[in-house]
Ligand binder design. Structure first.
Ligand SMILES: [Fe+2]
Ligand SMILES: [Fe+2]
Length: 297
């Protein structure tokens, strides 16, 4: 396997949990925001489970010391810190929520499906898939940043978003390097991007929602009843997302990935933003979809 040099990380300190002014949280500004709780708690689960997914990725790229080194030394630590920071925030604002109990159920279900089979077969295509996950996370945190007014959470979301954008930059650079050898064309890359975008919406969020809801409202719903609750929640969240989602940022990140002639990309930007506005935050179907798994980011 070839060795690829990542973009430089030298001299970058990054942020730490202790940099956050936890005692300054203005609980009254967020405590009654149920939608925010159901966004932050699942996000903390998925981020912390990065630990599990990193091992799969490292196995996939064993032999490429630059990729493995960056995943182990930077990416894994930063994703777990996102999870720890969100968990700390959720516990500070909603102390009655049994984070550990809900996480145990989530980790068992999500972790079991998150195996090597969920990785793309080619190194370049898996890097493209990783980019989609980072586009998803960086735009999600940007969307939340636009929505939230509580200052400590805004600081936290700004820090996490900046990390996710940088992760995208690294995976993008690795994708370009691998694809100079693999020479995957537009349709092969597009098929991966499309598939991953659908999975992010349908699967990760449902599994996480289910475990958060079951612990917050014990005995309230299971099976199709749970899906109904999830549909209602998604309906409400879709309104919040439509108003705050950074469509142009997502379009730019997506376009940068696609193997297309450079002159075409600016022409496609507005149509992609338009399509995203029309299609991204539709409510889910009323019947459960079979779970597939993507990954953490
Ligand atoms: Fe993250
Ligand atoms: Fe990330």
């Amino acid at each position: 396997m070839p060795h690829h040099e990542p973009p430089p990380e030298k001299g970058r300190r990054g942020w730490k949990l202790e940099d956050i002014d936890w005692s300054g949280i203005q609980r009254d500004m967020v405590r009654d925001d149920d939608d925010l709780f159901y966004l932050l708690a699942p996000a903390s689960f998925v981020e912390i489970l990065s630990d599990h997914y990193t091992r799969n990725l490292i196995d996939h790229y064993r032999g490429d010391s630059a990729v493995v080194g960056w995943l182990e030394d930077n990416w894994r630590r930063e994703e777990m810190q996102h999870g720890e920071a969100l968990k700390t925030y959720v516990r500070a604002v909603w102390p009655e929520f049994d984070w550990d109990g809900a996480y145990a159920g989530f980790a068992a279900e999500y972790g079991a499906a998150c195996t090597m089979a969920a990785l793309e077969p080619s190194p370049a295509l898996e890097m493209a898939a990783r980019c989609v996950v980072e586009i998803g996370t960086s735009t999600l945190y940007r969307c939340l940043f636009n929505y939230v007014r509580e200052p400590v959470l805004r600081q936290l979301l700004a820090n996490i978003k900046a990390d996710e954008v940088r992760h995208y930059g690294h995976f993008h650079a690795f994708f370009e390097a691998y694809n100079r050898e693999e020479r995957k064309g537009f349709w092969e890359v597009w098929r991966i991007l499309r598939g991953r975008m659908t999975e992010i919406r349908d699967d990760d969020s449902y599994i996480a929602f289910k475990h958060v809801y079951a612990w917050r409202r014990p005995g309230a719903a299971s099976g199709e009843g749970m899906w109904t609750q999830y549909s209602r929640y998604s309906w409400r969240i879709s309104g919040l997302a439509r108003r705050n989602y950074p469509y142009a940022m997502a379009a730019d990140m997506l376009l940068a990935l696609l193997p297309l002639p450079a002159f075409l990309k600016p022409l496609l930007r507005l149509p992609i933003v338009g399509i995203a506005r029309l299609t991204l935050f539709r409510p889910p179907p009323s019947v459960p979809v079979p779970p597939r798994l993507s990954s953490t980011g």
